[in-house]
Write a protein that binds this ligand. Structure first.
Ligand SMILES: *[C@@H]1O[C@H](CO)[C@@H](O)[C@H](O)[C@H]1NC(C)=O
Ligand SMILES: *[C@@H]1O[C@H](CO)[C@@H](O)[C@H](O)[C@H]1NC(C)=O
Ligand SMILES: *[C@@H]1O[C@H](CO)[C@@H](O)[C@H](O)[C@H]1NC(C)=O
Length: 511
């Protein structure tokens, strides 16, 4: 049965590749021909010096190692057995490719990008192989795409050492969206107890002005007349000019059953760990860490992904600990520690009049401390689609500014016009949300034209703690549902039952 499931899954995957693969296949061909040309200009074939008379200093560890292919794994037909790359057999089945055997120095200064690419090119060819980043070394590595469409399944990326990102602007060209990019892989696992360090502080200072502030900040008013400095201090840009586009540290794209476990990901320039177009995502026993004032550094970011399981992880960052975006369904998050950060958020959805679909999201047994929000759903005016079936359960909050938030008027610092269209929200359940807040316990701001429906609250107990900000009572606007138990404080503003019939979802909003 497992086999059948795998076959079905992989055939779906092929379909997915076939459908959306046009441009990257095109890219692939382009790159392949590029590489061929490059190969030719360096003299053909098995030149031991890697290019007749050129100044290539870094010689590969073995005479016959193929010239490193920067992005592309070898095509599947090409199983030329002419080379025997360094590898270690462990036991009978798994093969390990150590980056040190491919010329990586691991001294934290030498550029080990090429060595990583060469290692990957070999690991890619062997099912269930391991690409080893050994302990006690620090590898300086530029942006890499670990492109998997022709790789064997179930490869392990074993991070026991430390991987650090370049902090000089040259390494990033005019800006890249990803640093370590894993695409089109099947059953791929990043594991180990090593560290992946984006060394993002050089980016945080420079691009402050371009980054949207979190909308919730407009609700903060100092509790006395002293002027409270904004949470994110703008510093003069001392470092070199980094590109305006900031990279995500680790991204998975178009992959089936990717797993990330054990590692620490820290100080990403932007988002730490992103999954886009993935099925069967698993993240557990992971630590993510960046300062609370590092702008836009989401912990884990999900979009267009299904069947996601995140648990036993510690997330501290400058933006959402977990951000769930459009196209996500069947997401289960539990036993996560979040803070500092902006909490766990669904959205912002529906930006620029887009359609957003999110369903079946469960977040439970979460500890939040000193975060801006606890659990939040945010949508932009003018969007369409829906959020359906959300459960936030057993969320312990400690000195959280806004423990419970629905904001259908989300807007960054641009001016946003009022629009009637909205992403509809139905079946949003809160149970066991307990602890302390520092600004407002409950903020439900729903659309005038499309109210929030079936919002239920059970065992909500939130106590105020006076810190720097003015304290507010619970707020509700166009929010319908049920109080299943009494709450602390009382949430009288929730409207019982359903909204009037004339304001229901239209077919346009259905996902
Ligand atoms: C909802 O998601 C959970 C995983 O969190 C899954 O087990 C369940 O089958 C999903 N329900 C539906 C109706 O798809
Ligand atoms: C938009 O709508 C809100 C809520 O109904 C209202 O308070 C606000 O004044 C409106 N803004 C504009 C620009 O019309
Ligand atoms: C008001 O401002 C003073 C001076 O900065 C500060 O010491 C005090 O803690 C503030 N009070 C509150 C309630 O935040």
């Amino acid at each position: 049965m497992l086999l059948i499931a795998i076959i079905i899954l992989s055939s779906n995957f092929e379909e997915c590749i076939a459908r959306r693969g046009k441009h990257w296949r095109h890219n692939r061909e382009e790159l392949a021909s590029l590489l061929k040309k490059k190969g030719k200009s360096h003299g053909n074939g098995h030149n031991h010096n890697g290019g007749g008379g050129t100044k290539s200093k870094v010689s590969p560890p073995q005479k016959s190692t193929p010239s490193p292919s920067p992005i592309l794994p070898p095509p599947p037909q090409d199983d030329s057995p002419s080379t025997s790359p360094p590898q270690t057999k462990i036991g009978g089945s798994s093969t390990t490719f150590n980056v040190l055997d491919f010329g990586a120095k691991g001294d934290g200064k030498s550029d080990d990008t090429k060595a990583f690419e060469a290692t990957w090119a070999e690991a890619c060819k062997v099912e269930a192989s391991t690409m080893l980043i050994p302990a006690d070394y620090t590898f300086y590595v530029g942006p890499i795409v670990f492109a998997g469409p022709y790789c064997k399944p179930r490869i392990f990326f074993q991070v026991d050492g430390t991987i650090i990102a370049p902090t000089n602007s040259n390494a990033w060209g005019r800006g890249l969206l990803q640093w370590l990019d894993f695409t089109k892989l099947v059953g791929f696992t990043i594991q180990g107890n090593g560290i992946i360090d984006g060394r993002g502080s050089v980016w945080w200072q420079d691009t402050q002005y371009n980054d949207p502030l979190d909308d919730q900040e407009k609700l903060l008013f100092p509790s006395n007349n002293t002027i409270v400095s904004p949470p994110m201090q703008i510093e003069s840009s001392l470092g070199g000019k980094m590109p305006g586009i900031k990279p995500t540290a680790i991204r998975f794209y178009g992959s089936i059953n990717p797993t990330v476990t054990g590692i620490t990901i820290q100080n990403s320039p932007q988002c730490h760990l992103k999954f886009d177009n993935c099925n069967g995502v698993m993240v557990h026993d992971v630590t993510i860490s960046s300062p609370g004032d590092s702008p836009n550094t989401d912990g884990i970011h999900l979009q267009n992904s299904r069947d996601v399981l995140i648990y036993k992880s510690t997330l501290a960052c400058g933006d959402d600990c977990i951000s769930i975006q459009t196209g996500c369904s069947n997401v289960y998050v539990h036993n996560v520690d979040c803070g500092p950060g902006h909490g766990i958020s669904i959205g912002g959805l529906g930006k620029d009049n887009t359609r957003a679909c999110v369903s079946n999201i469960t977040v439970r047994d979460v500890n939040m401390h000193n975060t801006m929000n606890g659990v939040r759903i945010k949508t932009w005016q003018g969007g369409s689609g829906s959020v359906q079936g959300v459960l936030f359960s057993n969320i312990q909050v400690t000195e959280v500014q806004f423990p419970i938030v629905i904001d259908q008027f989300y807007c960054d610092k641009r001016n946003c016009k009022n629009q009637t269209a909205a992403v509809s929200l139905t079946g949003i359940n809160y149970e066991g949300i307990k602890g302390t807040y520092t600004v407002k316990p409950v903020h439900f701001a729903c659309s005038d034209s499309l109210p929030c429906v079936d919002v239920s609250l059970t065992s909500v107990e939130l106590q105020p703690v006076q810190e720097k900000y003015h304290l507010y009572d619970p707020f509700c606007w166009e929010t319908y549902g049920e109080l299943k138990t009494t709450t602390v404080p009382p949430i009288d503003c929730l409207q019982m039952g359903k909204p009037p019939n004339n304001r229901i979802q239209t077919a346009h909003d259905l996902c």
